[in-house]
Ligand binder design. Structure first.
Ligand SMILES: Cc1cc2nc3c(=O)[nH]c(=O)nc-3n(C[C@H](O)[C@H](O)[C@H](O)COP(=O)(O)O)c2cc1C
Length: 213
């Protein structure tokens, strides 16, 4: 539905050549604004999405493109006391990764899950397939992650995708009880955004899009 109109052939010569025409009805604008105005939230507080809302969020996640429908993506939804369990797993994993932990690190890992009222762990478990390599399956889970972010945004919730030491790490996957081929590809922290939204960066499409016609 986005209509970039290139007005001159040699667009690199003139950086004003991309014109985005707004030709859409309000439903389409809502759908587009949900994508273009999404803003990761630094600070997240209660309330978090309800069980019914999360059912919709996971339906959106499972509509990520998925070559051969191998269904590599699964999710762990954590709220309330579940965050204490995740905290224990972070500490246990940090100890296995690095024998000496400073007090600062212990505090950081203990408190990490409490930065939001809800966390969704994105797990990708690539399957053996002659035409679909693991990287495609991990990308599919990445798309599922973005669908989660967008569904949450549409419902008015804030979210931020985080990784750090506890993503792409076999020790954390084992301590979460996942099978050996599973990868934790990220953590979506969610809840209600608090504080001021950061400014959304602007960009010049000419720097990112090459048009051949
Ligand atoms: C795979 C992935 C991992 C990320 N890991 C972190 C992270 O560990 N910590 C962090 O502050 N931001 C992380 N980010 C970036 C934020 O999620 C966010 O995109 C960034 O703060 C820019 O905000 P915006 O999404 O509103 O543009 C990650 C993003 C992606 C896609």
């Amino acid at each position: 539905m986005i209509t970039y109109k290139i007005t001159k052939k040699h667009h690199h010569a003139n950086r004003e050549n991309f014109k985005i025409k707004k030709l859409y009805n309000s439903d389409v604008m809502d759908a587009l604004n949900n994508i273009t105005k999404r803003n990761s939230a630094r600070s997240l507080v209660e309330p978090h999405p309800t069980k019914d809302e999360m059912a919709t969020v996971f339906e959106a996640a499972l509509r990520a493109p998925d070559h051969a429908w191998l269904k590599p993506s699964t999710f762990i939804q954590i709220t309330g006391a579940g965050r204490n369990k995740l905290s224990d797993i972070f500490i246990q994993s940090a100890k296995e990764l690095k024998s000496e932990l400073s007090n600062i690190q212990i505090t950081k890992y203990t408190e990490a899950p409490f930065r939001a009222p809800m966390i969704v762990i994105l797990v990708s478990t690539p399957k053996d397939h002659p035409k679909v390599p693991p990287i495609e399956q991990i990308i599919s889970t990445g798309c599922a992650g973005q669908n989660i972010m967008l569904a949450l945004n549409a419902m008015g919730y804030g979210a931020i995708w985080r990784t750090g030491a506890f993503a792409f790490n076999k020790i954390i996957a084992k301590n979460l009880g996942l099978e050996s081929s599973a990868e934790v590809i990220g953590y979506i922290y969610t809840g209600t955004a608090s504080g001021n939204n950061k400014k959304i960066p602007t960009h010049d499409l000419n720097d990112y899009v090459d048009v051949w016609d």
